[in-house]
Write a protein that binds this ligand. Sequence first.
Ligand code: SR1
Ligand code: MG
Length: 420
Amino acid sequence: MEIDQDYRALGVDTLSQRLGGVEAVASRVGGEPASWEIREVGDGNLNLVFIVSGDVGSVVVKQALPYVRMVGESWPLPIYRAHFEYYALVRQAKRAPGIAPEVYYFDKPQALFVMEYLYPHTILRRKLINGERVAQLGETIGQFCARTAFRGSELSLSSPEKKQDVGLFSGNVAIPAITESLVFTDPYYGAEMNHHTPELSPVVDELRRNARLKAKVQRLLMKFTANTETMLHGDLHAGSIMATDTDVRVIDPEFSQYGPMAFDLGMAVANFLMAYFSQPAHREEGELDEYQAWIIEVIEACFNHFDAEFRHLWQTERTGILFPKSLFEEQGNSADDACDALLDEIRLDALAYCGIEMHRRVLSLAHNADFEEIEDTALRAKLEARNVLMGQTLILEPEVYCDLNALADLARAYNQQEVL
Ligand code: SR1
Ligand code: MG
């Protein structure tokens, strides 16, 4: 792997000297760089993340490391992935304004960028574990997914613009490979880096013996690798969302690639469902039912607002080569049925991708704190089992659960089921 020879990983001790002369940074932080307060706060799986504060304000500095941070130098990973994260942030700012953090500065050879410090936002996953509610959560995520899906596709972009962008992002070869194995394949066999709660083994063994399930997941992987419908966030889990009680922002598109429109929506909903199934370990009896009911509302809002926003964009911004008005409205034909049919397909695939994400977060390498922080492993396995079985149902028969009442009933039924 080639690294620019000038590349140097930042440290709390070197950052002010390295970035103190950058106007876009210095003017926003203020004061003498030597007096900046610098904290390394990266708790993700891959990168260095610093919060830099001074007299005027704070910024976030993110830099790629030449390896996977959670594993170490034994797993090299090209630093050019940071370029694509930056490209993704710029595109998201245009396609879904006000949701991604604003980028102030990009240094390509150093694989770093400086961006808006979101405050007093905190990571959504922590809020969900703590039982906090966030207003407009489902609405914002549903709209974000619809806007990025629609405006990153040839429903909106011109054919050359879209092809050029697909070409650009196809240079980011290492990142999709991680998703292809960790998300779609590793959960379904005893891959080297996998781990799971020991008491969950009977459920895991049965899942891995299910050839129909594995074949279905591989078909979805085939779609994921071959389909460049739109630019994805690519890793829209609850750790990629920051929120206050009333504001929702989406961060960390480091797994961005062109892929199927349904993928981000499915991932987000999977993370809401994992929050739902883990709640019995985090809430007292008296607050559990109400909080779980709120999470179900978030899921319903997410799907409903995805559809509503997508339909709105279909009517108002359909300027690309797909379903052109020259074939429909200008011929006196409505294109509404075509839109509804596409949304049905997206919902179907989103449910299946959702099931896969529900599996990989308890069976593969990168687990979710929602379950992982449950110290009583017997309880953890019991809750994970419900999640795994619902995931399996969604992968095998998504068509039954496109109706949101049926989906909510399914979650409630598994939530009562004594599997282990
Ligand atoms: C080696 S990276 C593991 C996971 O962390 C990221 O957040 C992605 O979800 C990836 O699959
Ligand atoms: Mg991340």
